[in-house]
Design a protein around this ligand. Sequence first.
Ligand SMILES: Cc1cc2nc3c(=O)[nH]c(=O)nc-3n(C[C@H](O)[C@H](O)[C@H](O)COP(=O)(O)OP(=O)(O)OC[C@H]3O[C@@H](n4cnc5c(N)ncnc54)[C@H](O)[C@@H]3O)c2cc1C
Length: 486
Amino acid sequence: MPARSGKDYLDRLRAQDTEVWLRGERVRDVTSHPGLSGGARAIASLYDQQMDPALHDSMTYVSPATGDRLGLSFIIPRTQQDLENRRVMMLNWARTTCGMMGRSPDFMNVTYAAWAGAADYFGQGRPDYAENMRRYYAYISENDLVLTHALINLQRSRTVDGAFNLQEGTALQVVKETSAGLVVRGARVLATLGPLSDEIAVYSPRLGQHTEAHSPFALSFAIPSATPGLRFLCRDSFDYGKSHFDHPLGSRFEEMDSIVFFDDVVVPWDRVFIYGSVDLLNNTAYKTFSSAHTSHQGAAKNLAKCELVLGVALLMTETLGNAHLPHSQERIGELMMYTELMRACIRASEADARLNEYGVMCPAPLPAETTRNLFMTAYPRMAEILQLLGSSSLMILPTEADMDAPLAGHISQYLATDSSDARSRIKLFHLAWDIACSSFGQRQVLYERFFASDPLTRARALAAIFPKQEITDRVLAFLNQEDGPS
Ligand SMILES: Cc1cc2nc3c(=O)[nH]c(=O)nc-3n(C[C@H](O)[C@H](O)[C@H](O)COP(=O)(O)OP(=O)(O)OC[C@H]3O[C@@H](n4cnc5c(N)ncnc54)[C@H](O)[C@@H]3O)c2cc1C
């Protein structure tokens, strides 16, 4: 089947019976629920781009297996050109959502493309698992499915032993093996896009050596989100049903985060990719380079976010008439630096891309991973800069309803600036507020701080791939120079 349209996506979502809970109620149709429908429509609009004649060729590629045109983020890159083409496609999606849907489907698509390209990795000791991976990748790419993922076990305590979050009764684990498959029980967080997904992938960041040989916690699998026993519990929605004028981002891009409960869920054997092997699980991201691929995807999202914040900041200072003031210029300069750093890291990760041992062209890990670490502190700072630039204007925010109400005349007289009419000013500052101040905006800050793990884990991940020796050798060579006349 070729790449699908937004309607195809929504129809399938409507037809499946995923168990989603929000505000104490079972959601029967996520595509029409007020807290979720905005996000569903946004994802649908991404799929519609694939059908747009002007974009079709740049958003899709010809599958070597079927000859159909599939979504380009599913491509297994073989050349640097493939990576560049894929980035153009992902940046199109990211710009459409202003970078506010970090878990747009390309995130998981590039993950499974990397894994399918390296399918033999999963077949070590279990050749059938390599076949499972190949078949599953063909299934999701040819049906253009949306995946969510949940990697983190909930923690009852933060003891040293709890570092790998493996408390009995909480962590997701295999409780039984049957002829139909593995039976798993436990809970996982944080399935962003969970209620809007077709499938859920479960794997894990690094895992403790629970037992040397075999761990019931060492798992990588994927199943339909509508599998019996699977329950998605949403946080409250940040889409408050307001207009795009009043709530420009939250009314459009609510991707929703959810806790997932697995109540004795059956995972069919053909959906198992890793079971029992702690080493295989721990090394997946680096051996298959899936981490570099998801960083490449994340960097496109970061760039779209940088562009949005910088664009808003420029317009804010223009509107308020303070663009010429030194403190504004310094802050704008900082935003420009983040934007250019992001663009440069993307280019570097593509320019220095290499084939891995499985013949997959992979973005250079160091510049790609750097974009993740950088954004953990850069994005909160970017939101802070909007607050500093905006000050009380971020609270001078009459609603759309006020624009035609009795005080409309006062609004247009007093809220206009030398360079902007009142309506344009208010509209712009609603956007700045939604980036820097609203619940939606603060969730974005939290997302960038933590979505790719906690800061210490990220720092260690970067240190693990950084060529430290090269740097220290240079310093030692300097120190060991013969002292001579100055
Ligand atoms: C908005 C959002 C969306 C997300 N989406 C997804 C998703 O789609 N899929 C998914 O799988 N995950 C997702 N995540 C989860 C993310 O992977 C985790 O938040 C991340 O791995 C950190 O884990 P944690 O939240 O359990 O933090 P914790 O481990 O609870 O850490 C909290 C803080 O305590 C610090 N800390 C932890 N242990 C110690 C210690 N022993 N000593 C001192 N300090 C410590 C950490 O550095 C951190 O600052 C999302 C997170 C957010 C915020």
